[in-house]
Design a protein around this ligand. Sequence first.
Ligand code: ASP
Length: 304
Amino acid sequence: MLQIEGMYPPQITAMLDLAESYVLLNRSGKTQRDLLRGRTLINLFFEDSTRTRTSFELAGKRLGADVVNMGVSTSSVNKGETLLDTAGTLNAMQTDLLVIRHGESGAANLLAQKVDAAVINAGDGTHEHPTQALLDALTIRRRRGRLEALTVAICGDVLHSRVARSNIHLLTTMGARVRVVGPPTLMPSEVARLGVEVFHDMKRGLADVDIVMMLRLQRERMTRGLVPSEREYFRFFGLDAEKLRHAKPDALVMHPGPMNRGVEIDSAVADDPARSLIREQVEMGVAVRMAVLDILSRRARRND
Ligand code: ASP
């Protein structure tokens, strides 16, 4: 599971359907510990994470896998070399499932070529974060009953966002209309080629949309000043009740986290239970990751 780009609608639908069954299982408080019994899952995180790492850990444990968390501080990493060395080590330990987050785009693909384990990309640089897009799609589908023909506005720092890229691929593949909204300095130059409409103004970008997906300013990936002050940014691109009024009256608000309140989103919107799906996204994250582990381990079982 390296990227959404290249996946077909039936594959995405099958993953979402399976994840749906895990939502019900999780809500019932049951587990399915036989499924991954005897399997080893390693969480290899070269970048910080709260939701993704924890939910992969929970997902693995609820399915009965032995889960090992390896946090690697970015500051002590000599990227290319360390990654390949680490791959060799993990391969020697006969790992079945390897979840990797790394600051370099393409790191997960590289690792997948070097190890026998099934590799899951938990975010590689500015490239992709496929399980985030799947959990976002599941959250939307559960609320709206479909993805097709919905209009989704992805707003903010699109340039540095792997979440935006994975969501653009998934949503356009599933027949949704996607808009990207943000300042020109935070927009990839070729983004329109991905089949999205580009807006640099929140009022116009949010007009009549069904879903508003907000993104964090990824300061850690900015090599120069791309935005003025945070106050100024919030004034023009931060989502508050006033800007949300331009979307459909029942439009829903999403954010992959971590949120920077008062920078890209106002607390009144983020915490509004009638509009915000942010908590639900976290719940869907566990179910989606269970579905992904389930599907990938089926393949691994066939190779036994
Ligand atoms: N948690 C998401 C990611 O790792 C979004 C973010 O960091 O802003 O890409």
